[in-house]
Design a protein around this ligand. Structure first.
Ligand code: OOG
Ligand code: MG
Length: 265
């Protein structure tokens, strides 16, 4: 559905542009420049339309991701507000599977604490405690982000419309009960080809990754949407993301959640 607005363009055009960039693996300029007046609310509408198009093409929604939940990410991207976006089954990389660089534009990898929901979460007014109580399993994971914008340069409406640079993600093989570890203290060490490049603890993610989960539930709740039982939630990059080069491996060593890695293939 094309939401009418007072501009000379439609949200369908915004979605067309972003999907074309993704399909043709071409980075492009910001959509806020091409479509003047594109605000945050319209950007979330465009994001919904974009994901509806993917669903119509056969992809299945399997969860949500948060973006820009840590100071490291916010500072790098120059945006100090978290955002939510969608995960589909087409984004999943099985353990050991490479991120195929020919399918991507300029992928970067970031460490993420990942939740699987045992029950639905419906905002608004979801607290971190309530959010954590809905979690059945915690994983150590990574996300491969791949902004459709040149040099990852974007404003908040741009990155929201672009489904928060979502491209690929993977989970480790260890699933823990959320009550069995201290998520604030859980450390992730990021290595590129065996050299440590960055590290952070779960405290980096909104003080506690469950705060990020509550934020997602409340954000979706305001738009009349629900986090469903069984869904995967990426709580946001704990550190700045690192470029993924061909033949190179990015590994994330979590203190208790095991090691996950991805190579550029
Ligand atoms: C936007 C997506 C941010 C995260 O975890 O913070 C994100 C970007 O950095 O391109 O996925
Ligand atoms: Mg991320």
């Amino acid at each position: 559905m094309s939401a009418p607005n007072q501009h000379e363009w439609t949200l369908d055009q915004v979605v067309d542009e972003l999907l074309t960039a993704e399909t043709e693996r071409r980075d492009r300029g910001r959509v806020v420049d091409q479509f003047p007046g594109l605000d945050l609310e319209m950007a979330y509408q465009a994001q919904s339309m974009l994901i509806e198009r993917k669903v119509a093409a056969g992809e299945k929604i399997i969860g949500v991701k948060l973006g820009l939940t840590s100071a490291a990410k916010q500072q790098r991207m120059g945006i100090d507000a978290p955002l939510t976006a969608w995960l589909t089954d087409a984004m999943v990389l099985e353990p050991g599977a490479p991120a195929v660089l020919d399918e991507l534009i300029h992928p970067r990898v970031e460490p993420e604490i990942v939740f699987v929901l045992g029950e639905e979460l419906r905002g608004p007014d979801v607290t971190a405690e309530r959010a954590l109580a809905a979690v059945s399993e915690v994983y150590g994971g990574y996300e491969v982000i791949d902004s459709r914008f040149t040099d990852f340069k974007f404003t908040l409406p741009d990155v929201v419309a672009d489904n928060a640079s979502a491209a690929r993600f993977g989970l480790g093989s260890i699933a823990l009960d959320p009550n069995s570890l201290d998520l604030v203290a859980e450390e992730a060490i990021v290595e590129v080809d065996g050299s440590v490049v960055d590290r952070a603890t779960g405290a980096a993610v909104q003080g506690h990754p469950a705060q990020a989960l509550a934020l997602a539930a409340n954000d979706l709740g305001r738009r009349g949407q629900v986090l469903e039982a069984g869904w995967i939630v990426l709580t946001g990059g704990m550190t700045d993301a690192v470029f993924l080069n061909r033949g190179s491996t990015v590994a994330v060593r979590f203190a208790n959640l095991g090691t996950v890695s991805v190579s550029g293939g």
